[in-house]
Design a protein around this ligand. Structure first.
Ligand code: HAM
Length: 410
């Protein structure tokens, strides 16, 4: 028997519908905010992620799906979307187009993490990137947009954490302070190797987080402080509540200034449902011009788990099942079914040659609300038996009457 690979999963109804629902809600909000869709490849050069996501991050150090193709090129399945969007921005000179460079993408990402509920090796992200805007209003815009998407999905049980990691100058000073503080703590083996190379990564260590509770906070320069204060004021004015978390550093290396996470306490340890931040130097460091940017990504599987926890149900259109009592009238019954569908009525049938009982059982297991039952009488008179399967009431109606009734609601 063939099985799925560990950490990879099939997404079946109703989860597949929930996934489309989440994507559609996000697309509606993206349109409102003038974000345009971008589609980028699943496979990139491995090197791209070393230079962007960061050599000392868990994602690059431990979780990359890295492989050589037939021509010995070293490639990777993308673990996240931001590096690919930045690459395409530079490759396609998108800055020269004169229009706002605000993009969104929906796609599968790959990380060889230890699988558990809410953590998979292939997962879907909906991401947004606002490129080339340094203003804190852009940070506020993306956070407000994310909050609107979650609210429109119906999700309520989350909180927003924010922090500022400052600019290069702020971090240069912070680095020394941090190393001096952290070297006195008992660190895990990986953190010991990261201490000098990238002390911010140490604060992101997932083991024994308690030891970091008194880590000194970053001291922001005037410009970074002003940026952070403006963002907080705008969020407050926009009725977005948030908590400041000075230990929020994020697991990717490109962030500058604002970072944020949308968290829930209903999903155990996989508590981040969406996250992002500002990456002012990324595009310049990749060989592009200076393009300060900010963005985020939502983890779609976690949103679906949260929809279940919050009992958010999708509203489905009522289903009308066409049942044929005698195989002789199958063509007629199929014609009725086609007419329903042409009139935008959600309808279905099962095997017309099977018994009435088994067709009604099929209607039931498909959660049909109505059944149209067709036999000799119905065929001869043109008046079809229309049954409300919820109330069990039944009446005889012409097909156009049924269509009108279903179109206008019962
Ligand atoms: P990230 O925090 O690595 O950020 O991922 C964003 C979201 O993807 C997480 O909050 C989580 O919901 C979901 N996610 C991550 N890993 C998994 C997994 N193994 N299984 C299921 N869901 C997962 C980024 O990827 C950045 N590119 C976000 C960004 C965009 N920053 C700026 N622009």
């Amino acid at each position: 028997m063939h099985t799925t690979v560990r950490g990879f999963k099939d997404i079946l109804p109703p989860d597949s519908y929930k996934m489309s629902f989440v994507e559609n809600v996000a697309k509606e909000v993206f349109e409102r905010f003038n974000y345009k869709e971008i589609r980028i490849p699943t496979v990139e050069y491995y090197d791209l992620f070393i230079k962007t996501t960061g050599e000392t991050t868990d994602i690059v150090e431990k979780e990359m799906y890295k492989f050589e193709d037939q021509s010995k090129r070293v490639l990777a399945l993308r673990p996240e979307g931001t590096p690919g969007v930045a690459r395409t921005y530079i490759n396609n000179k998108l800055n020269l187009k004169g229009e706002n460079t605000k993009y969104f993408y929906i796609g599968n990402m790959f990380r060889a993490e230890r699988p558990q509920a809410g953590r998979y090796r292939e997962f879907e992200q909906i991401g947004a990137e606002c490129i080339g805007v340094s203003s804190p209003y852009a940070d506020a815009e993306v956070i407000i947009m994310l909050d609107m998407i979650l609210k429109k999905i119906g999700i309520r049980s989350y909180s927003i954490e924010i922090n500022s990691l400052g600019c290069n100058e702020c971090r240069k000073k912070y680095r020394e302070i941090l190393i001096n503080y952290l070297k006195n703590l008992y660190l895990c083996d990986i953190c010991k190797t990261r201490l000098e190379r990238n002390p911010l990564r140490v604060i992101d260590c997932k083991t024994d987080r308690d030891k970091f509770k008194d880590v000194p906070s970053i001291e922001l320069c005037n410009d970074c402080r002003k940026h952070y204060e403006t963002l907080k004021n705008v969020l407050t004015q926009s009725n977005i509540s948030f908590n400041e978390n000075p230990l929020l550093v994020r697991g990717l290396d490109y962030y500058t200034r604002t970072v944020f996470e949308f968290k829930t306490n209903l999903l155990g340890s996989q508590d981040a449902i969406a996250a992002g931040g500002r990456y002012d130097d990324l595009i310049k460091n990749m060989g592009g011009h200076y393009a300060p940017s900010v963005g985020w990504a939502i983890g779609c599987e976690r949103i679906i788990l949260l929809m279940d926890k919050e009992n958010i149900k999708l509203v489905e259109k009522d289903l009308c099942f066409v049942v044929c009592m005698d195989e002789k009238y199958s063509d007629y019954a199929f014609g009725v079914l086609s007419k329903l569908r042409e009139n935008n009525i959600r309808s279905d049938f099962s095997d017309f040659s099977s018994s009435l009982k088994s067709q009604l059982r099929a209607a039931n297991s498909n959660n049909a609300r109505y059944a149209i039952i067709i036999g000799e009488d119905e065929y001869n008179s043109g008046f079809l038996s229309f049954k409300d399967l919820k109330s069990s009431s039944q009446k005889k109606l012409g097909v156009d009457e049924i269509i009108n009734l279903l179109k206008n609601g019962d």
